[in-house]
Design a protein around this ligand. Structure first.
Ligand code: SF4
Ligand code: SF4
Length: 342
């Protein structure tokens, strides 16, 4: 008897660009995202069919961990309840976006990119297959551009589901603001910089002031439920000056939570381990700045992986800004991006 399981196998649903899965978690060389429906484009769903697929999968899982879930970090000791209801949602089907982050791999051209999932979720609720108390993650693309985004958020929160919105904060949503005020929402946004010129280089749109103002409005609704991310992108924002500007800005906006990550393409170039030592120094510097301002830092997955895998010895150099500057000045070729300093 296998005791391992996961809530998504039993009560989860994930809407992708062209399919429906149990979860949106992709891991370990292509495993993950067990498929429920192929070639999907927003059609009505036969819920009994979905729960029959889930039941078969759960019974296989009880014997031995199924292929898609092997070594998934979400697998825990989980007691399957036998309930045929959905409580946890991922909405990843909208691939439209109004900015062009240089590190983005999400946006795709052609094909169905934004079907309407609102009638499907209404139907789930009306037919009694919905369970309150779970979480819905709205991501993309840019989820505020999803068809019926506000109506969907309203429907979910009114029926007792908390929402987590991964947004670039360019388009403001009062429905999300209301969810924050009711303590039923979390906003995660990646700013990655502290000034308009770096913003433009990274996001490739001239919208720094609007985005900052919108972050400020979300923070006013609930400072504890807004996370502002900084993705380290070598050659763009991997320097102390930008980190200083970032903290000055978010402190003025009243932000209490940040998250730090690294550009996945860069991390993979070094097999997710011995990236340039100055990245490790900047991570320490980021943590130091945050602790001085009483701002919380979460380390997100790609950077966590790099930090866990590193073989380079930890350094305290970053705690002395002038020593860090000496470190940079010692590098031979000043014209090269820091990523080449190894
Ligand atoms: S164990 Fe991982 S891959 Fe399997 S359903 Fe849960 S989150 Fe998805
Ligand atoms: S906001 Fe998200 S979806 Fe849009 S370009 Fe940036 S990373 Fe891609």
């Amino acid at each position: 008897m296998n005791e391992k399981g996961c809530i998504f196998l039993e009560k989860g649903i994930d809407f992708e660009l062209d399919k429906v899965c149990d979860c949106c978690i992709s891991h370990n060389d292509g495993r993950g995202m067990p498929v429920l429906l192929e070639n999907y484009n927003g059609e009505p769903i036969d819920w009994e069919n979905i729960f029959n697929i889930k039941a078969q999968r759960i019974s296989a899982q009880k014997e031995k961990t199924i292929y898609d879930c092997e070594n998934c970090y979400r697998l825990t000791n989980y007691q399957f309840t036998g309930v045929r209801k959905i409580s946890d949602f991922h909405f990843s089907h909208c691939r439209l976006c109004n900015v062009k982050c240089i590190y983005c791999s999400d946006i795709q051209g052609g094909g169905p990119i934004n079907y309407d999932v609102y009638p499907v979720i209404s139907d789930l609720i009306e037919k009694g297959y919905y369970q309150a108390g779970g979480e819905a993650t709205l991501q993309g693309g840019e989820p505020t551009l999803m068809k019926n985004f506000d109506a969907l958020v309203d429907l979910l929160t009114k029926n007792g589901t908390n929402i987590r919105v991964h947004t670039n904060a360019l388009k403001y949503s009062e429905t999300v603001e209301n969810a924050l005020k009711k303590n039923m929402g979390l906003v995660v946004t990646s700013l990655d910089c502290g000034c308009s010129s770096t913003f433009f280089k990274i996001k490739q749109v001239d919208a720094f002031d609007i985005v900052c103002s919108n972050i400020g409005k979300y923070v006013s609704a609930s400072s504890k439920n807004v996370i502002v991310k900084y993705i380290l992108i070598p050659g763009y924002n991997d320097n102390i000056k930008e980190i200083d500007l970032f903290f000055k800005l978010i402190n003025n906006l009243g932000v209490k939570n940040t998250a730090l990550d690294i550009d996945v393409v860069y991390a993979r170039k070094y097999n997710n381990k011995d990236v340039s030592p100055h990245i490790f120094l900047l991570v320490d510097y980021f943590n130091l700045k945050a602790s001085k301002l009483n701002i919380d830092v979460q380390i997100y997955s790609f950077l966590l992986y790099v930090l866990r895998n590193r073989t380079i010895k930890k350094s305290n150099l970053i705690y002395f800004k002038f020593l860090y500057n000496i470190y940079l000045n010692k590098q031979k070729d000043k014209s090269k991006n820091l990523e080449y300093f190894r």
